[in-house]
Write a protein that binds this ligand. Structure first.
Ligand SMILES: Cc1cc2nc3c(=O)[nH]c(=O)nc-3n(C[C@H](O)[C@H](O)[C@H](O)COP(=O)(O)OP(=O)(O)OC[C@H]3O[C@@H](n4cnc5c(N)ncnc54)[C@H](O)[C@@H]3O)c2cc1C
Length: 454
């Protein structure tokens, strides 16, 4: 039953939640409140009146019903990795689901059932006990649900596609507080929209994934001085179109310890790495940490590079190609980055990602051979302006080479409605809006890259 609140004060909000919720209810005067707001990014744009640390699905329903009936903002915190800071509402309720982090594996059926606060570390550890995996993020502290609902680019993408391509079912608490199961048969339109539409349609309280056998991988870093970018990318280009599905990689333009560099992160599922490592090692990298290792270790070797508590501004675009002009543009902007911690990451997309038709899921970038993630990262609030401007300039400079579409999880907090529409493409966006109108007509779930109801 909905809890009716007219003009809701924080006290009334607390009264509606405290003692009713199984989880902890935190207000700004609580010593644990600030801790709950410590997330990947420190670039937060508001503070919630209340944090509800959900201890059950009933707590999720309670938060949804309470905020919906009071007309208050509601934000969802899964792994807390949104660079746009979407996990934190300005006023209203921040629903922190990080304690709901169990992953149950049904090895006989090759299925994993993930709770909303599970991270990829939780997920990979649970599934690897059975020698199984599905496409997940490349840093172990990223949330399974936030990453998946936006699309999900990971090491298994060449073989198995995006994370959404292995999603087979989702239990979702809708804006009216009802719990539904969405799959190809039940609520098929909702299921389609969840696969790329982000947190726009409800709270996913259980995600079920198909799993595949995976044991070992070959990964690590190759590195060269930035001046060699053209030669290095030239070597990659010669093999890129023929790479087998089990090999993917990213090119990273950044300045580790202040030294402008181009890095490559090969991610080879299994041990046959020669098609990529042969030609890349032949160029004589000055850094080479690439080794064969367990899948779990390979999925967390980048964790030390993803420290929490810095300031961020993200931006993104796709690319049709990475010719010399594109690489010169990226190298020039990388060398001119106001912060040495910032990076321009080019993700190679091929294999299973691009074999699915563009409209099979809501994701709007699967046709692109390359995806660019611009991560501006710095420490001092006084430098917000210059770092944000830099990330915008990188994308503007690359726009003439765009393949169209974009990955919504990498868009900035202030992406325009046009940016979001273009990210999905015209027909996917129109369909998403129809689904939104049906499942969240009052736009309760708006603290995200928002898809407005019609
Ligand atoms: C260090 C780092 C590494 C990354 N690596 C990758 C990568 O390898 N591949 C990739 O594709 N992306 C990657 N990302 C981007 C990532 O996909 C997004 O940041 C994503 O939003 C993280 O999800 P989260 O649950 O951790 O985020 P949160 O900040 O907890 O949530 C962000 C938003 O996701 C939505 N959401 C979260 N949980 C739910 C839920 N249960 N139901 C409904 N909506 C929900 C909500 O709108 C929420 O506000 C990375 C990000 C970081 C910071």
């Amino acid at each position: 039953m909905a809890i009716m609140l007219l003009r809701t004060t924080t006290d009334e909000l607390v009264a509606a939640l405290d003692g009713v919720a199984a989880g902890r209810v935190l207000v700004p005067s609580d010593p644990l409140y600030e801790n709950a707001l410590r997330l990947y990014t420190r670039s937060l744009r508001g503070r919630p009146d209340v944090v509800l640390q959900a201890a059950s699905i009933d707590d999720v329903t309670l938060a949804v019903r309470t905020t919906a009936s009071a007309g208050l903002p509601l934000s969802l915190r899964g792994g807390g990795h949104s660079g746009a800071g979407f996990a934190v509402a300005d006023g209203g309720v921040m629903l922190d689901m990080s304690r709901l982090n169990r992953v149950r594996v049904d090895a006989g059926a090759d299925r994993a059932h993930s709770e909303p606060g599970a991270t990829w570390g939780d997920y990979d550890r649970a599934t690897q006990r059975h020698g199984l995996a599905s496409t997940g993020g490349v840093v172990s502290t990223t949330g399974v649900s936030g990453l998946t609902l936006g699309g999900g680019i990971g090491a298994l993408r060449g073989l198995r596609g995006l994370s959404v391509d292995q999603l087979v079912r989702a239990d979702v608490v809708l804006a009216d507080g009802t719990l539904v199961t969405a799959d190809e048969v039940r609520h098929p339109d909702l299921f389609w929209a969840l696969r790329g539409g982000g947190g726009n349609f409800g709270v996913a309280v259980r995600l079920e994934f198909a799993l595949y056998p995976v044991r070992r991988m070959v990964t690590g870093l190759l590195g060269w001085p930035l001046e060699r970018a053209s030669e290095v990318v030239g070597a990659f280009r010669r093999v890129a179109d023929d790479l087998p599905d089990h090999i993917v990689c990213e090119l990273v333009f950044t300045a580790p310890e202040g030294v402008p560099s181009i890095l490559m992160t090969p991610r080879v599922i299994g041990t046959d790495s020669e098609p990529l490592l042969g030609p890349m090692r032949a160029t004589g990298p000055t850094l080479d940490t690439v080794t064969e290792q367990s899948y779990v270790n390979g999925q967390r070797f980048m964790d030390p590079m993803a420290e929490w508590g810095m300031r961020h501004y993200w931006n993104t675009c796709t690319l049709r190609h990475i010719d010399d002009e594109v690489i010169a543009t990226i190298a020039r902007h990388s060398a001119g980055a106001p912060s040495p911690s910032s990076a321009i990451i080019v993700e190679h997309l091929h294999g299973a990602v691009s074999r699915l038709p563009a409209h099979a899921t809501a994701v709007g970038f699967r046709h692109a051979p390359y995806n660019v993630f611009v991560e501006a990262k710095w420490t001092d609030q006084a430098d917000d302006g210059v770092n944000r401007a830099w990330a915008r300039q990188v994308v503007e400079a690359l726009r003439p080479h765009s393949a169209g579409g974009a990955y919504v999880n990498y868009l900035p907090f202030d992406a325009s409605s046009t940016d979001i529409a273009e990210a999905y493409g015209e027909s996917n966006f129109a369909r998403l809006r129809r689904v939104k109108s049906r499942y969240d007509p009052a736009n309760l779930f708006r603290g995200n890259q928002n898809i407005p109801p019609m």
